[in-house]
Design a binder for this molecule. Structure first.
Ligand code: ZN
Ligand code: ZN
Length: 319
């Protein structure tokens, strides 16, 4: 039985004194022994945290008891060990960096694409008048995406607004956007509506919730996630592998970090090339003097032991 949970969530909700909120919230998370990353902005919260099932339950209950966050839809994964090493809670100007900072122009609390639950998305996605749009970045959709989805050649979500012109040819279609957990779609679909698209929908809860509630049907490959796991399985109905080894081109679902800590690139590599390359992305990285020992997993982050009171005191002193 899994001892730990990893939670993924976001919430667009106005937070006054967001900087102070971030500082207080960090203390609260540490008091529960959670690890993870949370971004706080005036427009809301975006987080992924990991801890004991009990700590996660307390965390969710506490947020739900706050009227600003009562509607948060937490995606809960059972994990064997915490998915993060440290706890970060930071104030930023946006909860997902889009470069669309003016809330008067793009404000998902006021206008955003219609939310589709996983079953509704599944029923609609193959219709002739529908375009399924992946709003994530290259390294994400290269590892996995919906069958027949339109993908964008972008390195970062902040490049999304510049791609709108390329999408203009689909203005008369229904646009169904999706991302990992739903947060990017709130802004991407809001922007599409602002730019004159009229029939815009978004997959509520993203790929993660779709995997849990619709079996991940027609999601090809794996879903990139922003924690130590690197990727998670989505499709239990008709899974296929679409990613290829960076070095030899063979099909492989295995995502690793480059063993050169100064590179640390996330990429897919087959087991044979992993052995031949010592888990490195290139010959230059393989020759790097600080190269880490490749143990076949491609993970290099040490996972802390379950937090007890004595340890917690020590960890806080160390920071
Ligand atoms: Zn290979
Ligand atoms: Zn490298």
């Amino acid at each position: 039985m899994a001892k730990y949970n990893t939670l993924l969530y976001y919430c667009y909700s106005t937070i006054a004194n967001a900087e102070q909120f971030a500082a207080d919230h960090l203390k609260f998370c540490k008091s529960l022994g959670l690890t993870g990353r949370i971004i706080v902005a005036e427009e809301g919260l975006n987080g992924t945290v990991s801890g004991t099932a009990e700590a996660c339950r307390t965390y969710m209950d506490t947020l739900h008891a706050d009227t600003r966050f009562a509607g948060i839809d937490f995606k809960v994964d059972e994990v064997d060990e915490p998915s993060f090493v440290k706890m970060h809670c930071r104030y930023k100007s946006e909860i997902v960096h889009s470069g669309l900072r003016d809330p008067k122009v793009i404000n998902p609390q006021k206008q955003t694409g219609k939310h589709l639950e996983p079953a509704e998305f599944l029923a609609m996605k193959d219709r002739d008048d529908v375009v399924v749009l992946d709003v994530r970045s290259n390294y994400e959709h290269n590892l996995g995406k919906f069958k027949n989805a339109l993908t964008l050649d972008i390195e970062n979500f902040r490049d999304f607004p510049a791609m709108i012109n390329e999408l203009a040819q689909y203005k008369d279609k229904k646009i169904l956007t999706y991302c990992t957990g739903g947060i990017k779609c709130e802004k991407a679909s809001a922007l599409l509506l602002h730019e004159g698209f009229t029939d815009v929908y978004q997959l509520h809860g993203g790929i993660i919730k779709y995997g849990k509630e619709a079996g991940g049907e027609d999601f090809e490959g794996k879903c990139y996630v922003f924690d130590n796991r690197l990727s998670v399985d989505v499709n239990s109905v008709n899974p296929v592998v679409i990613s290829t080894c960076l070095n030899c081109g063979k099909t492989t679902p295995k995502m690793i970090n480059c063993a050169n800590p100064e590179c640390n690139e996330h990429f897919t590599q087959c087991d044979d090339c992993g052995t031949a390359m010592d888990g490195c992305c290139s010959d230059a990285c393989k020759a790097h003097p600080r190269k880490r020992v490749y143990d076949g997993t491609g993970y290099y982050v040490k996972v802390p032991q379950p937090v007890n009171v004595a340890k917690k005191g020590k960890m806080q002193l160390a920071e």
